[in-house]
Write a protein that binds this ligand. Structure first.
Ligand code: XUL
Ligand code: CO
Length: 435
């Protein structure tokens, strides 16, 4: 039964690119076949419970701006109302997945045991709602950054009691994710880093984080969870420095602690920007190592310089991201999670729906542009031409050889480099034909 929160908003349908209806998809057409696969199965959209239902519209200068029937969020009954409204929105959008942190869906209790009881009660409520629908859980995660106990980190906290609390918390979140048939379990370490090196033993903290992640992987196998374990890079915010800085740093960390075959990456557009990269850079780093797990889709404001988590609206950026994803074989068990929130003036329920409709359409357009570029093959041909020299037996022999044998060939004049254009503008113009 509907909560009436979204009042008269009907399920969103695809009406085509010429439609002027703001509450219709113009590009996202779930059943449309793109490169041999349904669009819905490529994109695997998820709604993020925290931004859409737990965040109350506060910022560093002012309190909540949203007034929702499930506020204040300190009661299990109201947490169930929140879930009912969330599922109303899922019914309207028709996206196949959603994601949560424990703290988004249950009120914190006065002690751990009460928090877990609250959590299990709401998880059962959510599970019953999932049973009557097609929707699945893309991933679950633990919020180990908001409560004051986590202020010095979770697995990297100098206090072993906090490490213990983190271990117990992640166990409950993995259990709940498994119970709801989750496809992935995510760890984002907002406080796994430092504020100042003056009080931080970085080596010890990294060892503790490596050990913690090994415990997570062991537990995954113990309970028979078939999903992927993912870590989500971000360079800073809330910590001054976060250990999971970017994709390359995370991959180095995973290799150091023997986790490279067990853990993949959940990459977020805004985090890539904060790290000084493009989103496609982060995706290319991960795919070149076979470690892309899933993506968090949003955008940052390029002027403000912090993590604004806005809904995506830049088709060329999104297209290049999906280009690298499609080239590597797609998202697999991962998906496109809207880790994106409304602006705090967007207080109407309609804003919540419209934001997702727009974001889904931008991604669908980006996906179609990426697929068209792959089918046309222009970038691939240019790449093959650029690297064609490496297909020769002489070049392969050089890689198998050593410095002095190569020296002889260069010294004799047999090899003399002849610079060639990188053709960047021509390739940028090419991309512009598709986006
Ligand atoms: C924070 C962020 C998180 C993670 C899950 O910047 O992206 O919401 O995605 O903890
Ligand atoms: Co995220």
């Amino acid at each position: 039964m509907s909560t009436k929160f979204f009042d008269d908003i009907a399920p969103i349908t695809y009406k085509g690119a010429d439609s002027t209806d703001p509450m219709a998809f113009r590009h996202y057409n779930p059943d449309e076949i793109v490169m041999g696969k349904r669009m819905e199965d490529h994109l695997r959209f998820a709604v993020a419970y925290w931004h859409s239902f737990a965040w109350e519209g506060g910022d560093p200068f002012g309190g909540p701006t949203f007034e929702r029937p499930w506020h204040p969020q300190d009661d299990v009954g109201r947490a169930k109302t929140k879930a009912d409204v969330a599922f109303d929105m899922f019914d309207i959008l028709g996206q196949p997945y959603f994601c949560w942190h424990d703290a988004d869906i249950r009120p914190e209790g006065p002690d751990f045991a009460t928090s877990v009881r609250n959590f299990e009660e709401v998880i059962d409520h959510i599970g019953a709602k999932m049973d009557t629908r097609k929707i699945g859980l893309l991933w679950g995660t633990a919020n180990m950054f908001s409560h004051r106990r986590w202020m010095g980190g979770a697995a990297t906290n100098p206090d072993p009691d906090v490490f213990a609390y983190a271990a117990a918390t992640v166990k409950t979140c993995m259990d709940a994710t498994h119970k709801l048939g989750g496809q992935n379990y995510v760890l984002w370490g907002g406080r796994e880093g430092y504020e100042t090196l003056l009080n931080t033993d970085m080596g010890a903290e990294l060892d503790h984080m490596g050990r913690f992640l090994n415990m997570v992987v062991d537990y995954k196998h113990k309970i028979g969870f078939q999903g992927q374990i993912l870590v989500e890079p971000k360079p800073q915010e809330p910590s001054k420095h976060q250990y999971d800085y970017d994709a390359a740093t995370c991959i180095g960390f995973l290799r150091k602690y023997g986790l490279e075959n067990e853990v993949k990456l959940n990459l977020e557009q805004g985090h890539a920007i904060l790290a000084g990269h493009s989103f496609e850079h982060e995706i290319a780093v991960a795919t070149s190592e076979g470690m892309l797990g899933s993506i968090d889709m949003n955008r940052n404001d390029y002027q403000s310089g912090w993590d604004t988590d806005q809904f995506p609206n830049n088709v060329p950026e999104v297209a290049l991201a999906y280009y690298h994803i499609l080239k590597s074989g797609g998202l697999g068990l991962g998906g496109t999670n809207f880790d994106a929130k409304l602006r705090r003036q967007s207080i109407d329920p309609t804003d919540l729906i419209a934001a997702h409709v727009g974001g889904m359409d931008v991604c669908a357009r980006g996906l179609k542009a990426a697929a068209a570029m792959i089918e046309d093959g222009g970038l691939e041909t240019a790449l093959n031409e650029r690297y064609a020299g490496w297909d020769t037996p002489a070049a392969r022999a050089m890689l198998a050889g050593n410095l002095d044998s190569t020296y002889t060939d260069v010294m004799s004049g047999k090899i003399a480099p002849n610079p060639r254009s990188g053709r960047q503008e021509i390739l940028e113009n090419y991309v512009n034909r598709f986006v």
